[in-house]
Design a protein around this ligand. Structure first.
Ligand SMILES: Cc1cc2nc3c(=O)[nH]c(=O)nc-3n(C[C@H](O)[C@H](O)[C@H](O)COP(=O)(O)OP(=O)(O)OC[C@H]3O[C@@H](n4cnc5c(N)ncnc54)[C@H](O)[C@@H]3O)c2cc1C
Length: 411
């Protein structure tokens, strides 16, 4: 009997889920089920479509209750993998021994012998970076996962129950902060929403034309934008800025940055300053010292790794499309005969800014307004079709459209 090779994937986000699906399909198609064991591990039983989190955070309880909203934004991993030879384990990975090929789960029901890998794909994503700013983590909410989204929704509803003109500060004017600010105003027009950004403009690094369109839209929605403001401390209802000023708030939401997941930071791998793994073009990881020998083959994909722009040499943005493409490369290099390389590139993107309005950039073209919003819808549908049967994808998408446009005012 052939000894099965074990492929362990950590994280069922955009990268990890795609890797598991591709491995499962390829192994099934090539009738190699007896040669490989594929294991996917995630702390949640569901996969999260992060581009809809801002919608989950801004939908009335009357419009959609908790389970309804969860179904629209998160999808059951076991259902997605139902017909594939992939074992899904819902568990927290507490640590790894990369020299012995062992994965340690939080729950002792899963032993590390069971999870001894020949191939490992690290895809645990990133986590919020509070940059050691005193009081920030304790006194703010963040928007990284589904639970965060619901916490924001509950906190906003709680705040407006006391005062409909409550003040919300969003720290960080990147795409997550922008999406949330725009939709908060669309949902609760009486809220006072302010974006605080450290750079000289919101959306640092984005094209000037995109930034201008987003800025105009935020102005129309009455979102206040403060740039070149650095938060140095946060207390329960006040932030302190580097220019010695202070701003009071009812709710502080921190969308100001991410860093490598805690799991990755503990590993003996070559990393960059934010703790993300520096991978080779084949998406394989390197040990942090030359004389350390990693067990089996270790790959890293998605937000957990850092890829550089071949021209500017700057780190590339962390986006879903990159995680998916990197998963394809890693899977090929595990199963294929010829090595494939990942070439970092700028992907098309869409930034929704309140209601049926989004700014989309596809190649050299920029679309804004309802066309951008329609493109965003098509991107969502396309993604759902790639992970679930057509009927279920259409039903989920249409239901999402129906629910999420209910709180749109301006269009
Ligand atoms: C609010 C928001 C909006 C976004 N919008 C967009 C967008 O519109 N377009 C876009 O391209 N990108 C968007 N992004 C970025 C995109 O979500 C990431 O780039 C992408 O998710 C990275 O994929 P990944 O597979 O590396 O990690 P993730 O998708 O984050 O998945 C990581 C998975 O690993 C699991 N995990 C982590 N640690 C452990 C552990 N120790 N044990 C078990 N499981 C673990 C997590 O539960 C998670 O399921 C958005 C992100 C956020 C937060």
């Amino acid at each position: 009997m052939v000894q099965k090779k074990t492929i362990v994937i950590i994280g069922a986000g955009f990268g990890g889920l795609r890797a598991a699906m591709l491995l499962g399909k390829k192994i099934k198609r090539s009738r190699q089920i007896n040669h490989y064991k594929i294991v996917l591990i995630d702390r949640n039983r569901y996969h999260t479509y992060t581009p809809l989190l801002y919608e989950a955070a801004t939908t009335d309880k009357e419009t959609a209750n908790y389970p309804e909203i969860q179904k629209l934004v998160t999808y059951d991993i076991s259902d997605i993998l139902k017909k594939l030879p992939v074992r899904f384990i819902q568990n927290e990975v507490a640590g790894l021994d990369l020299t012995k090929g062992l994965v340690y789960c939080r729950s002792f029901e899963i032993t590390h012998e069971e999870l001894k890998f020949d191939y490992l794909i690290l895809a645990p994503g990133s986590e919020t970076n509070y940059f050691n700013i005193p009081g920030l983590e304790e006194n703010s909410l963040t928007l990284k996962n589904f639970t965060d989204a619901l916490k924001i929704r509950n906190a906003v509803l709680g705040a407006i129950a006391n005062n409909k003109n409550s003040k919300v500060i969003i720290g960080g004017g990147g795409s997550t902060g922008i999406e949330l600010a725009g939709e908060l105003k669309e949902w609760q027009p009486d809220l006072a929403v302010t974006i605080i950004e450290g750079s000289s403009t919101i959306l640092p690094g984005f094209e000037k034309n995109v930034v201008e369109r987003v800025q105009n839209r935020l102005k129309k929605l009455n979102v206040e934008i403060l740039t070149e403001k650095i938060i140095t401390e946060a207390t329960q209802n006040k932030i302190f800025l580097k220019d010695n000023s202070t701003i009071n708030f009812d709710l502080l939401i921190w969308c100001g940055g991410v860093k490598a997941s805690g799991l990755i930071r503990k590993l003996p791998l070559k990393t960059e300053t934010k703790g993300r793994i520096e991978v080779e073009e084949a998406m394989s990881c390197l040990p942090h010292t030359e004389n350390l020998k990693l067990y089996g083959q270790v790959y890293g994909i998605g937000d957990a790794v850092c890829c550089y722009d071949p021209v500017t040499k700057k780190p590339m943005p962390m986006v879903a499309r990159a995680a998916i493409s990197q998963a394809t490369v890693a899977v090929n290099n595990i199963l294929g005969k010829n090595l494939k390389f990942y070439c970092p590139k700028t992907y098309p993107y869409v930034i929704p800014v309140g209601g049926k309005y989004a700014v989309a950039k596809i190649g050299p073209f920029i679309f804004s307004g309802i066309i951008g919003w329609l493109l965003k819808g098509l991107v969502e549908l396309n993604y759902l079709l790639s992970i679930m049967p057509i009927g279920y994808a259409l039903k989920t998408w249409l239901r999402g459209l129906y629910v999420f446009i209910k709180n749109d005012r301006l269009g």
